[in-house]
Design a protein around this ligand. Sequence first.
Ligand code: FES
Length: 272
Amino acid sequence: MITRLEETSPGSAVVMITGYPSIERATEAMKRGAMDYVAKPFTPDEIIKAVDEAIQRKEGEERKVIERFGALTKTGKISLPSIDEKMLQTLSAAIDERRQMEAKPSLEALSEPERLEEMTLAVLNKYARDTNNLIPILQAIHSYAGYLSYETIGLIARELKISEHEIFGTASFYAQFKFEKPGQHLIRCCTGTACFVGGGGVILEAVESKLDIVPGQTTKDGMFSLERVACLGCCALAPVVTIDGEVYGQMSPAKLSRAIDKIYRTESVKSD
Ligand code: FES
């Protein structure tokens, strides 16, 4: 009976009722997944109490699983499959082709919000505007823009006729999705065991204080984003920091400060 219920109504909270109570039967029922075991005769209050408690226990178990899953995704232990970058290039080329036929400026010539809107609509069409495809839709747009802006979330919500809250709830479940525009340069400070022992924590504090941001934030001028990571895979060089993917080993607060200043100087020369 319990096995059949699991097939037809998975996740149900089961309370077993029997007219022939015995320890063996109770043990067997619990082993098969029953939350409680009630022997006849019983009063209405008794069965209501048994059902209420079974539901509460079931919900508690489910909550724990969800929290565990959430913790895994937040720590990056569960990640989403990567998105096909070629698909984005194909969509971008198709948008340009259409705009050319309509005698409109190319995607590249548009402002960032306009460009993002065009690409978001193209991605939505690509995924048939199906809410079951919400995650790949968000992944594709995130991959294109580097983040999910509130405007983009609003546009997706309107087009898919779902709430922004629902989209934000889904996206915030995964550590990969960012909601703030990334800086031009990404600094990743390792505070894994080897790096921490070598002074990784001090380096992180130094960069936080120099740039006035904490991990997960971007400087007001949009120049740097900061991330803290658990290991960059080159512990022998500890303490390690990467800037735009380039590995800096045996890092010190002074070396990192110089590297940041150098980037600022280079960027200011470019903009002159
Ligand atoms: S702990 Fe920092 S690179 Fe491994």
